[in-house]
Design a protein around this ligand. Structure first.
Ligand code: ZN
Length: 165
C-alpha cells in the first residue's frame, strides 16, 4: 500500500474500546494520508496494511510503540519573564492547554503544552500529549487510491484532506 492515498475514519481511545475518547474524525472530515511516508506511527500503518475499502479495524498500540513513556523530567517551570513583550506579559500564551513552540540556545524549536500558571513561573510539559498512553484505534477504510507522481514527489496528499499544492 506504499504510495497510495488512504482515507479513513477513526476513533482513538485510551487503552481499549471502553477507554477515554482522545480523538475522533467526523463524517465530513475523514483522515487522509499518503501511506508509507512516515507520517503515521509505523504500527498504525502496519495494522491497516492490506485492508480494502469498507474494511473495519480495531487495534491497540502500546505507549512504548506509540509516543513513548511519560517522562516526569519533561515538566519544567519557566520564569514568566521570558513571556514578556515590550513590558507586557503575553497572557494569551499562558492559558493551560496552550501549545507553545520554544527555541532553545541551539536554535532548535521544541513543542510543549502549558500546564499551570504560577505567580512568577509557568509550568510547561515537553512530553508529547499522547506520551504514556496506550492507544486504541478503531475505524473504517473509506477510500484508497493511487497517489499522483506529484504527490509521491512531494511526499504529501493534494486536494481534499491534503494540501493545495
Ligand atoms: Zn505538494
Amino acid at each position: 500500500m506504499k504510495g497510495t492515498v488512504v482515507t479513513l475514519s477513526y476513533c482513538l481511545r485510551e487503552n481499549d474500546e471502553h477507554g477515554t475518547l482522545l480523538q475522533e474524525t467526523d463524517t465530513n472530515n475523514p483522515f487522509v494520508f499518503l501511506f508509507g511516508f512516515g507520517h503515521l506511527l509505523p504500527d498504525f500503518e502496519g495494522n491497516i496494511q492490506g485492508l480494502s475499502v469498507g474494511d473495519k479495524f480495531s487495534f491497540t498500540i502500546t505507549a512504548e510503540r506509540a509516543f513513548g513513556l511519560y517522562d516526569p523530567e519533561g515538566l519544567i517551570d519557566l520564569p514568566l519573564e521570558i513571556f514578556m513583550d515590550q513590558g507586557q506579559l503575553m497572557e494569551h500564551l499562558l492559558e493551560p492547554g496552550q501549545t507553545l513552540h520554544l527555541r532553545d540556545e541551539e536554535g532548535e524549536i521544541h513543542r510543549c503544552t502549558v500546564k499551570k500558571r504560577g505567580l512568577s513561573s509557568v509550568q510547561v510539559d515537553f512530553n508529547h500529549p499522547l506520551a504514556g498512553k496506550n492507544l486504541h484505534f478503531s475505524g473504517e477504510i473509506l477510500d484508497v487510491r493511487y497517489a499522483s507522481p506529484e504527490e509521491l514527489d512531494h511526499g504529501h496528499v493534494h486536494g481534499p484532506g491534503g494540501v493545495a499544492y
